[in-house]
Design a binder for this molecule. Structure first.
Ligand code: DQA
Length: 148
């Protein structure tokens, strides 16, 4: 039996988590968030892969490579969430489950953050729960897969 896989994608500046604006994003590092997401996936019998990139095209390439290979994407696109239309289009061409993820709740921050180009191509959104959102988003993605 092949193991099913969740791909966690992290966009620009998320490599600085832990040091970057801790009052907004907390002190948990990206490596710790990936560990928590991996543990949640593994409890449900899933593998988890992770890619962080500061480059939109690299994330687009990863979404293309996920087609037919990855069951679910959990995407924290960072600021690309708000204007990364090539990510939107790549996600629209992905036929698995897509969960949009944010540490903060962009809706209660600056007005430019209230637009998400990911949301229209996401099955669901997890936002505002800080580090706890990472395992939550993985469980939500698997729940949606189970419901398919
Ligand atoms: C973020 C929210 C975005 O608005 C911001 O640009 C980020 C992080 C979050 O996880 O809360 O880089 O996606």
């Amino acid at each position: 039996m092949t193991t099913r896989t969740v791909l966690l994608l992290s966009g620009p500046n998320l490599n600085l988590l832990g040091e970057r604006e801790p009052e907004v994003y907390g002190r948990t590092t990206l490596a710790e968030l990936v560990d928590a997401a991996t543990a949640a996936a593994s409890e449900l019998g899933f593998d988890l892969e992770h890619l962080q990139s500061n480059h939109e095209g690299e994330l687009v390439d990863a979404i293309h490579a996920a087609r037919g290979r990855i069951d679910a994407l959990v995407v924290n696109a960072g600021a690309l969430t708000h204007y990364g239309w090539s990510l939107h289009d790549a996600l629209a061409a992905f036929d698995g489950v897509v969960v949009e993820l944010h540490l903060s709740n962009p809706q209660r921050r600056e007005s430019w953050r209230s637009t998400s180009v990911v949301a229209p191509v996401a099955d669901g959104v997890v936002a505002g729960f800080g580090a706890a959102g990472y395992p939550m988003a993985v469980r939500a993605a698997v729940g949606l897969l189970d419901a398919r």
